[in-house]
Design a protein. Structure first.
Length: 66
């Protein structure tokens, strides 16, 4: 059970950090940053959403795997 949580957390971090990096690089409409500053609430929400989805999916897959 503990290894499932660790693996799910690591996978979630990898995916969410990758998505946040890609969002930062592909900021064509100024959603993440612009002249006014950095929109941390949107950027972190994006990372948290992907972390949550990845964590749950990996956790369920590891739990169902015999």
């Amino acid at each position: 059970m503990k290894s499932n949580i660790i693996i799910s957390t690591i996978m979630g971090l990898i995916v969410s950090i990758t998505i946040m990096y890609l969002a930062w690089e592909h900021n064509s409409q100024g959603e993440i940053y612009s002249e006014e500053g950095i929109n941390f609430s949107y950027w972190i929400l994006m990372g948290m959403t992907w972390f949550s989805m990845t964590f749950v999916v990996v956790f369920i897959i590891k739990k169902l795997k015999p």
